[in-house]
Every structure is written in structure tokens, then in C-alpha cells.
Ligand binder design. Structure first.
Ligand SMILES: [Fe+2]
Length: 243
């Protein structure tokens, strides 16, 4: 079965965006909800890990590295596909670009602290884990503030200078720039972070505009595994998923 969710791009379909409360096309809402949830989950996991236990440490550091790949990809997508549009139409990107530079520096620091844990003597591993926990908390605090800036300052600026069709095109380009597997992985971050109505709206749009075999792959590989049985059943009721 093909998993080519980016195929939906050729149908002129938004894969991820849902309208914000004012009805405008919201490039940030769904993905930022996913990144906020993933960041908060990650912080709690680092804080509760026994870094003297090699298996536990290996698992959480692997998860951290995956998180950094997603967060770095997201920053790159915004740089490449959104900031150029803002600048071309006279809007400033200085604040959000500086914040992205700070994020890139934080990713390098987090990677260094993760590798320090791996290299530390057993008696020093908990202390090295504490350093990683504090650094991740500081990064997450900056990222939460940054995403707030994008959703309260940058998004209204985008709505002022772009039509919804132009914003949908930006998103289609972002989706098309990623492999099908990465699109699936981003969906797995977003789907459990959305509320039931948002989730149903996004998947209903995908259901209507995506070939059935691709939509089926999205449900089986991205949606079902990321939801509780109750949440999946609620979604099935809302958008009439086939059994
Ligand atoms: Fe950003």
C-alpha cells in the first residue's frame, strides 16, 4: 500500500491546516499544537528518566534526537516557505529569525548534553541528566514564547498580506518538500494534540480530497496509532470512517 500523503498536494488540498477561529487559513495552529505537546511530553520524560539505567537512557535520548529532527525541520520549513513571503511583502522577520537562530543553537547544546550523558561515568550520569533536563526546559520555554509570537503577531501579518489561497499554497509546498514518511510522522505529532472538532475538520478535508487508499494509510499509520480507543471512536463517529 502506498503511503504517499504528499500526493494530496496534486489535488490542491491542504494537508494540515484548519481555519482559525476567525475563519482564516491557519498555517501555524495544528503543527504548533503538535510541537507543544511533543515538547511538554519530552520534558516530562527527561525529568523522570533514570539515566543510570542504560536501556532507559538510550530510549529517552533516542526520542530526544527524533524530537530535535522534527523541531529543526519545522524551523527550516518556516524559514524557507514563510519568511521569504513576509519579507517580499514588506513585513519584518527579524524577531522570528533571531528566535530560529536561538533554536538552532539550543539544538546543538541539547545534542552535546545528550552525548555527555552517554560518555559520563555511571556515578555522574544523573547529574548529566539534570543538566539536560534544565537545558531542555529552557529551550521549551523559549519555543513556547516563539510560537506565541508567530500565532499572535506573524499570523495576523500573514492574513493581512496573503489570501487564504496563497497560504494554502505555502502549506502545499511544505508538505511536498517532505517524504511521505516524514509527513506521516508530523501527522502523528499533530493528531493527538488537536481537539476533537479540529481533528475531525482536518481529517474530513483530507478524506474528501485524498485518494481512498492514501487516506486509509493515513488512518492506519498516523491516526489510529496516535489516539486512544475512545478518541478514535469519537473521530470515527464524526467523520464516518469505514470500519
Ligand atoms: Fe517558528
Amino acid at each position: 500500500m502506498t503511503h504517499d500523503v504528499s500526493h494530496s498536494v496534486s489535488h490542491g488540498v491542504s494537508m494540515t491546516a484548519i481555519p482559525d477561529l476567525s475563519g482564516r487559513y491557519d498555517l501555524y495552529g495544528a503543527i504548533h499544537k503538535g510541537l507543544r505537546k511533543a515538547g511538554c511530553d519530552m520534558l516530562c520524560r527527561i525529568g523522570s528518566t533514570d539515566f543510570e539505567n542504560p536501556d532507559e537512557a538510550e530510549t529517552v535520548l533516542g526520542n530526544l534526537r527524533s524530537f530535535i529532527v522534527f523541531a529543526a525541520s519545522h524551523v527550516m520549513h518556516e524559514d524557507e516557505h514563510i519568511h521569504g513571503v513576509l519579507r517580499a511583502r514588506g513585513a519584518s522577520t527579524t524577531t522570528i529569525e533571531d528566535q530560529h537562530d536561538d533554536h538552532r543553537a539550543a539544538f546543538a547544546t541539547l545534542e552535546k548534553l545528550a552525548s555527555d550523558i552517554e560518555k559520563a561515568w555511571p556515578m555522574h550520569k544523573q547529574a548529566a541528566g539534570r543538566k539536560l533536563y534544565l537545558a531542555f526546559a529552557a529551550y521549551l520555554a523559549e519555543d513556547l514564547a516563539h510560537m506565541h509570537e508567530e500565532e499572535t503577531v506573524t499570523a495576523p501579518e500573514l492574513w493581512r498580506i496573503c489570501t487564504d489561497e496563497e497560504l494554502a499554497t505555502i502549506e502545499m509546498h511544505i508538505v511536498a518538500s517532505m517524504s511521505p514518511e516524514k509527513n506521516m510522522a508530523f501527522l502523528r505529532l499533530m493528531v493527538p494534540a488537536m481537539n476533537p472538532a479540529e481533528r475531525a475538520a482536518m481529517l474530513s478535508a483530507m478524506q474528501q480530497n485524498t485518494p481512498p487508499e492514501i487516506f486509509c494509510a493515513i488512518i492506519e499509520f498516523a491516526v489510529r496509532p496516535s489516539l486512544s480507543e475512545k478518541a478514535f471512536s469519537d473521530l470515527s463517529d464524526r467523520i464516518a470512517l469505514a470500519a
